[in-house]
Design a protein around this ligand. Structure first.
Ligand code: COA
Length: 695
C-alpha cells in the first residue's frame, strides 16, 4: 500500500475550525464531505461544541477517541500556528487550507507548521490549499463546488483558484475526476510525492498538473521517468513569457532563463506541455476518453472540402500522418461514397451527406485495420439533418470504440448542441478543427515513451581537474583563468589545441615554434575581461619575429590601458582554421541543478538565442536529439552541397561537459565559446569557467 493511501482514502477526518455558519469555509468543507457520500468517520472540531449538519462537534481534537487519518485545518493562520502541535499528535495527514503563510512572507509560521508535524510523524498538504477530492472513498474535502463526477483524470494544482475553477470546468466538459489535489505552498508534500501516489492509483489514467515552479526538479523528472506505461501526464507550467529574458545573451547563464530549461527538461523525459488551459483541458479529456492509437494512420472524414483541407493542414503542422494508401482508401470508402465524393484522404462524403452516409463511412473507417485514428468533421448546414448526424456519431462511436475518433462540428447553435450531446456521452467533440487535431497529436505524443539512452563511463584526469579547482578555491578565485579552464576541459577529454602560458619573449617564441604557425596570443589576467578591447589579443602570428612583437605589444597595451591589472602571463595557442562556430555550455539551474546547453555561435546565439538545453548528465542518444533541435541545425548537417560537419564530435563534447559538471559539483558555469566544428573534429577556441567558492 502506498504511504499516501490514508490521505487519498481516509477512514476518518477531523475538520479543525468546522464552522456553524453557512457560507464560511469551515462550514462548506464539512458540507462537501457529507454531501460527497463519504462513508468514513467525520469529526468537526470547534470550541463552541454543538452540532454541525447533524454531526456532533468536538470541542477540541483530544476529545476524538482515535488518531484520524486526515485533519483539515480551517482556522486563521495565527490560530493554526497555536494548535498545530495538538493536531499533529492526533492526525497522520494534515491539510492546511488556511492562507497567510510563506505566500505573504510568513515563512516562520509555515516552518512552525511543518516542524510540529514532523515532530509527531504527521505530513502536511499545503498550507494555502483548497483541499482534496478523491473518488475512491469518495470524499470531497474542498471548499469548492460540491458536485464532482468520478472518473479517471487526476488534477494537481499549485494554484488554488485555478484548481477550483477546474472542478467547474471538468463538470462542464463532463470530465470525470479520480482526484483533485491542491498543493499550494508545498511546505512539505510536493507534486513529486502526490504523483508517486497517482501513478500507482488504479483509478487514475491521466494526470493534469499545473505548476508555477519546481524546487526538486530532478526528483520530479525521475518520477516521470518511472511512471507506468498506462499513466499519462500533461503539464501546464506558467511562466513561458520572455519578459525576463535579457536582450543580448551570449553565455549559458543568461540564456538559461528558467523557462527554457523547464521546456527542455520536459522534452528530455517526454512530458507533454500544454500552452494554455484550453489546450490542456482538450488534451486531457481526449486522452482520458480515447484508447491509445495502434498505428500512425489518420483518416479525415468530412462533408465539406474546406474543413477537410484545414484539418489536413493542421495534421501536417502537428506531424500527424494522413493515411495515403489509395488502394485501401478506395476499397474502404468507394461504395459508401456519394456521386461527387472523394475517397482520397480527407475523405469527402460531400455536402449532401446525412446521418446515413456518415454512419456508413465511419463504420468503414472503424472496421479497416489499416486506419488507426479518425477525425470526423461536420459543417453544420443548419437543417434537420443535425439530429441524424448526432445519432450517427454516437451510435458508431459506441459500437466500435476501439480506436481514437475525434469529432468536430462547425457551425452555430445546432453544432454546439451536438457537441454538448457528444460530450455527455463521453465522446471527444470540438467546435474548432485545430483543437481536435492538436488533441489527437497530444494523444499520440502522450503514448510515446522516451528512451534517453544509457550513460557510459569516460576517462578523465580527475586529479588534474581537482588540483586546478582546489587551487582556485584556496585563492578565493570564482572565475578560473582561461588556461585553467582549458586545462580542465583537456583533462576531461575535450579536444583543446595545445596551449602554453608564457611569461617572457623567449618562452613566447619557443611556445609558438612548438605549436607551429599561425598562432594566437592572448593576455591572461583576472582583471581583464574584454581582452580584445584593450589590445590583449593578437591573431594570425606567422613567424618568430611576429611572435616576439606580439608578446611585447600585448604587455604594453595592457599596461597602458589597464594599468592596475595583474598580468599572469600570455597564452599562446594555435590559430584555428575557419569552421562552424558553436557554443557549448553548462550552468546550475535553481530547479534542475546542472544543465548543459548547445547552440550555434555568433548571431545565432546572441540575437536569435537559438540554443537548447538538457539536464546533465545526458546520454548520447538524447544529445543527438538535442543537437538536431536547434533551428540552425541544417548549417551543421550541410546546406547547398556543403558536407556535413562532425556532429559526433559535438555530441562527444556535450557528453563530456555533462559528465564533467556532474562529477565536479563545484563548477557552477562553463562556456566553450566557440567550439569550432569541422568536417572532421571539433576544437575549443576559447573557454571560461566559474566555480563555487565558499558557501
Ligand atoms: N479550534 C477549532 N475551531 C476554532 C478554533 C480552534 N482552536 N478557534 C476558532 N475556531 C472556530 C471559530 O470559532 C470558527 O467557527 P464559527 O464560525 O462556528 O464561530 C471557525 O473556527 C473558523 O474561524 P474564523 O476565525 O471564523 O475564521 P474564518 O472562517 O473567518 O477564516 C480561514 C478561516 C482558514 C478560512 C481563513 O483564515 C483563510 O485562510 N482563508 C483563505 C483560505 C484560502 O483561500 N485558502 C487557499 C485556497 S487555494
Amino acid at each position: 500500500m502506498h504511504y499516501l493511501e490514508p490521505l487519498f482514502n481516509p477512514e476518518s477526518v477531523a475538520i479543525v475550525g468546522a464552522s456553524h455558519h453557512e457560507g464560511k469555509i469551515g462550514h462548506t468543507v464539512v458540507k462537501n464531505i457529507v454531501e460527497s457520500g463519504y462513508k468514513g468517520r467525520i469529526y468537526p472540531v470547534n470550541p463552541k461544541g454543538g452540532e454541525i449538519l447533524g454531526l456532533k462537534v468536538y470541542k477540541n481534537i483530544f476529545e476524538i477517541e482515535e488518531k484520524v487519518d486526515v485533519a483539515i485545518i480551517v482556522v486563521p493562520a495565527k490560530v493554526a500556528e497555536n494548535i498545530i502541535e495538538d493536531v499533529a499528535k492526533k492526525a497522520r495527514y494534515i491539510i492546511v487550507i488556511t492562507s497567510g503563510f510563506s505566500e505573504v512572507g510568513n515563512i516562520e509560521g509555515e516552518k512552525k507548521i511543518v516542524e510540529a508535524a514532523r515532530k509527531h510523524g504527521a505530513r502536511v498538504l499545503g498550507p494555502n490549499v483548497f483541499g482534496i477530492y478523491s473518488a475512491k472513498p469518495p470524499i470531497n474535502a474542498t471548499f469548492g463546488p460540491s458536485k464532482i463526477k468520478a472518473g479517471n483524470v487526476a488534477v494537481v494544482s499549485q494554484s488554488g483558484a485555478l484548481g477550483i475553477a477546474m472542478i467547474g470546468k471538468a463538470a462542464e466538459e463532463n470530465m470525470g475526476l479520480s482526484a483533485i489535489v491542491s498543493i499550494g505552498n508545498k511546505a512539505d508534500l510536493t507534486e513529486v510525492e502526490i504523483l508517486s501516489y497517482l501513478f500507482q492509483d488504479d483509478s487514475t489514467r491521466v494526470v493534469f498538473l499545473y505548476i508555477e515552479g519546481l524546487e526538486n526538479g530532478r526528483e520530479f523528472l525521475d518520477i516521470i521517468r518511472k511512471r507506468p506505461p498506462n499513466k499519462s501526464i500533461i503539464v501546464l507550467k506558467a511562466g513561458r513569457s520572455k519578459a525576463g529574458a535579457r536582450a543580448v545573451a551570449s553565455h549559458t547563464g543568461s540564456l538559461a532563463g528558467s523557462d527554457a530549461v523547464f521546456d527542455a527538461a520536459f522534452r528530455q523525459v517526454g512530458i507533454l506541455r500544454a500552452d494554455g488551459l484550453e489546450d490542456g483541458l482538450n488534451w486531457v479529456t481526449t486522452i482520458a476518453l480515447s484508447p491509445p492509437p495502434k498505428g500512425k494512420n489518420v483518416v479525415i472524414v468530412t462533408n465539406g472540402g474546406g474543413l477537410g483541407v484545414i484539418a489536413a493542414d493542421a495534421c501536417e503542422k502537428y506531424g500527424l500522418h494522413l493515411f495515403d494508401d489509395m488502394e485501401v482508401l478506395r476499397k474502404t470508402f468507394q461504395d459508401v461514397m456519394p456521386e461527387f465524393g472523394s475517397y482520397k484522404n480527407p475523405v469527402d462524403i460531400t455536402g449532401q451527406a446525412g446521418g446515413k452516409e456518415y454512419k456508413a463511412a465511419l463504420e468503414r473507417a472503424f472496421k479497416e485495420p489499416n486506419i488507426h485514428a479518425i477525425l470526423a468533421l461536420y459543417c453544420d448546414r443548419g437543417d434537420a439533418e443535425l439530429e441524424d448526424i448526432k445519432n450517427a456519431f454516437i451510435e458508431v462511436h459506441k459500437k466500435y470504440g476501439d480506436k481514437p475518433a475525434l469529432y468536430t462540428i462547425f457551425g452555430g447553435e445546432g453544432a454546439t448542441s451536438i457537441i454538448t450531446a457528444l460530450k455527455r456521452e463521453g465522446i471527444p467533440a470540438f467546435s474548432d478543427v485545430e483543437d481536435a487535431v492538436s488533441s489527437l497529436y497530444a494523444l499520440y505524443k502522450v503514448n510515446e515513451r522516451k528512451d534517453e539512452g544509457e550513460l557510459e563511463e569516460i576517462e578523465m584526469d580527475e586529479e588534474r581537474i581537482r588540483k586546478i579547482i582546489e587551487r582556485a578555491i584556496k585563492e578565493g578565485r570564482r572565475k578560473l583563468l582561461a588556461h585553467e579552464a582549458k586545462a580542465i576541459l583537456q583533462a576531461a577529454g575535450v579536444d583543446v589545441p595545445p596551449f602554453y602560458l608564457v611569461r617572457n619573449i623567449e618562452e613566447a617564441v619557443e611556445a609558438a615554434n612548438k605549436i607551429g604557425y599561425p598562432v594566437v596570443m592572448k593576455v591572461v589576467s583576472e582583471d581583464i575581461i574584454h581582452k580584445t578591447d584593450v589590445g590583449g589579443v593578437v591573431l594570425n602570428i606567422e613567424n618568430e619575429k611576429e611572435a616576439a612583437e606580439a608578446y611585447e605589444a600585448i604587455i604594453e597595451n595592457c599596461k597602458r590601458n589597464v594599468p592596475k591589472a595583474r598580468i599572469v602571463g600570455i597564452e599562446v595557442t594555435k590559430m584555428l582554421p575557419k569552421g562552424v562556430e558553436t557554443i557549448i555550455g553548462a550552468t546550475t539551474d535553481a530547479s534542475f541543478g546542472k544543465v548543459v546547453m548547445f547552440g550555434l555561435g555568433g548571431i545565432y546565439v546572441e540575437v536569435m538565442k537559438d540554443v537548447t538545453f538538457r539536464v546533465a548528465p545526458v546520454a548520447k542518444k538524447e544529445i543527438r536529439r538535442m543537437v538536431r533541435e536547434i533551428e540552425s541545425y541544417p548549417i551543421l548537417a550541410g546546406v547547398r552541397g556543403e558536407k556535413s560537419k562532425d556532429i559526433e564530435a559535438i555530441i562527444d563534447t556535450i557528453y563530456r561537459i555533462g559528465m564533467l559538471v556532474t562529477k565536479f559539483e563545484e563548477i557552477l558555469e562553463l562556456d566553450i565559446n566557440p567550439l569550432i566544428v569541422y568536417e572532421k573534429g571539433a576544437k575549443v577556441a576559447d573557454a571560461r569557467m566559474s566555480i563555487k567558492v565558499g558557501k
